[in-house]
Design a protein around this ligand. Structure first.
Ligand code: SAH
Length: 259
């Protein structure tokens, strides 16, 4: 009989190991095989794992490989950055499972472990911008039409959500963040706080607090998380020597402000 394999979907957090949960550390230590985007696997210390690194654009084939390895009896960790369910591998895994291309996949024990998503680390750096209702969008139009991105941004602005933007810009998608900000400027106050949080937790971390009116999209890159305030998001002077201001969104609206 074949040794029982398993497949665990994990996220490493946005950067330093202290943002990797103890649960995920245990899963990695007990895995025989790691499957994921190469730079993520590079963050895991070399031990007795077999590594199956790949390019970032082949999520579905990576999920299939992970399932095949588990069917063959391996203990597989399928690795994402941040949280594995936020614009990451967990959904790709379920797409592969649903395709049912190999009936044996259905019997693989699958588990998903949560991780610290980039927006949570970015928000913590500046205070509490996500303290009231917010929504999250990926600006990548590789997997959805750009018109849908714009529609969601317009409606998010209308609903006065704080907005977190993943995948704001890349070499292949240089103009999307600028276009998104232009759309939001037609709907929101120019003084709305904006946070550009680049490489949070890494050695080259760079967190900038600006406004919707002043935000320069060319200062963001593919490792940047963008937070755009609601009408209630505000700055609080910060005198602890670690920056000029806190950014926070109060827990509620003053009664008079609710229409
Ligand atoms: N699953 C990941 C997101 C993958 S999408 C998570 O939960 O965080 C990749 C996007 O995440 C990047 O384009 C960037 O917007 C954001 N991101 C990932 N790591 C980051 C970090 N250390 N600092 C800022 N943004 C980060």
């Amino acid at each position: 009989m074949r040794a029982p394999g398993s497949l665990t979907v994990v996220g490493l957090g946005p950067g330093p190991d202290r943002w990797l949960t103890p649960e995920v550390a245990d899963v990695l230590a007990q895995s025989t095989d790691l499957v994921g985007y190469g730079p993520y696997l590079d963050r895991i210390p070399h031990s007795f794992h077999r590594r199956h690194g790949s390019d970032n654009r082949v999520e579905l084939s990576r999920a299939r490989l992970a399932l095949d390895l588990a069917v063959a009896g391996r203990k597989v960790a399928l690795v994402s950055g941040g949280d594995p369910g936020v614009f990451a591998m967990a959904s790709a895994l379920f797409e592969a499972l649903e395709s049912g291309d190999d009936p044996a996949w259905a019997d693989v024990p699958v588990r998903v472990c949560p991780g610290v998503s980039a927006m949570l680390a970015a928000a913590a750096r500046v205070g509490a911008p996500l303290g009231h209702d917010f929504c999250v969008l990926s600006l990548s139009d590789n997997l959805k039409p750009w018109d849908l991105v714009l529609k969601r941004l317009r409606l998010a602005a209308e609903a006065d959500f704080v907005i977190a933007l993943y995948n704001p810009i890349s070499k292949a998608r240089p103009w999307q963040l600028g276009a998104a900000l232009d759309t939001l400027r037609t709907l929101k106050d120019a003084a709305t706080p904006v946070v550009l949080a680049r490489a949070v937790g890494r050695h080259d971390e760079d967190v900038t607090i600006t406004t919707l009116g002043d935000c320069d999209p060319t200062t963001a890159d593919m490792r940047t998380l963008v937070l755009i305030g609601s009408s209630q998001t505000r700055l609080l002077p910060r005198t602890d020597g670690n920056g000029d201001a806190w950014v926070y969104t109060p827990r509620g609206y003053a009664p008079a402000e609710v229409a």
